[in-house]
Ligand binder design. Sequence first.
Ligand code: SF4
Length: 359
Amino acid sequence: MFDSIAARIDARQRISVDDARWLFQHATDDQLQDLASRVRARFHPPDRATYLVMGIVNYTNVCVARCDYCAFYRFPGDPDTYLLSEEQVARRIAGIISLGGTMVSFNGGFHPHLRIEDYTRLFQGLRRRFPDAITYYEMTVAEFMFICKRTGISYAEGARRFAESGTKWISGGGAEVLADSFRLRHSPGKYKVEDFYEAQAAVLDAGLGSTATMVIGFDETLDERLEHIDRLRRFQDSRLQPGVRGALASFLCWTYKPYNTELGGEELPTSDYLRWLAVCRIFLDNFEHIRTSVLTRNEDALLGLRYGADDFDLPTEDEVTEKAGATISLEFERILDSARKLGFTPVHRAPLPVAGQAA
Ligand code: SF4
């Protein structure tokens, strides 16, 4: 089986879902590294990896979605809720810039009192304060969906209004495992998978950039993981057709942190993460960038460069994962040295260009 899959990869033919399942279950670590590196080499020099410094600003912890894997949210009326002012967010961004950050991602809860105008006003204010210094991922797709619903507008209208107000990027965060069976078990109030892709399409159609993400290590089955990447590959295919505006810029996989959550559980072993990362690199042949997660795996994430990843963030802050057990180190040189010891030259990069626009 391995030889047959390897021959197809060398011939630049796609692997099937069954091939991906076989690879994850039966291939050796060396075989996975080998195949993932062959696909990686279609897009990137084999010994080069790229990175940037970024911070995630969690502007509110108020959320009505009640995902059982989340240690971050507080329900409206709880005593320790917060909503940051523009001034407070600006101070956080200044801190991220002082650490060398060039990107800020926003990730908050599903706050029931905020409407689209609250977001467009906040981001316009921030862009005025820090002109050109920072690329903003202004919200996750999951938050975008909630904002549109609370405002009573379609995703197309929401994306149009964000684009008009100056938004460039929305991130593919909030995806976790995109299988409705998973969502029903853990996050029934968040969205359905069909709905998620409808929102992604609206964002890209409006000329905004977006990304793909996945989180593993809950109790998801292998079939649910495969469903996620199979549908994602088909979605990306649909975005790469002539005349269609924009495709997803990258795929990032990270791992669930189980501490202080209702769901609980144990952390996924690094070997499982790396093997899955390799399967994603091989299967998602229509993604140029596969990103490994320093935020949730620390230096072990750099091993992902041997399993097909080509890019990573050096995070400065993220309350969502830190509340669930992530530990962030600002010793960036030490982390970069881990990549060098593995034989990669880490190259600081500019934020990715929005598809169809200049960087
Ligand atoms: S993961 Fe996001 S949507 Fe779910 S409860 Fe936490 S903050 Fe809310």
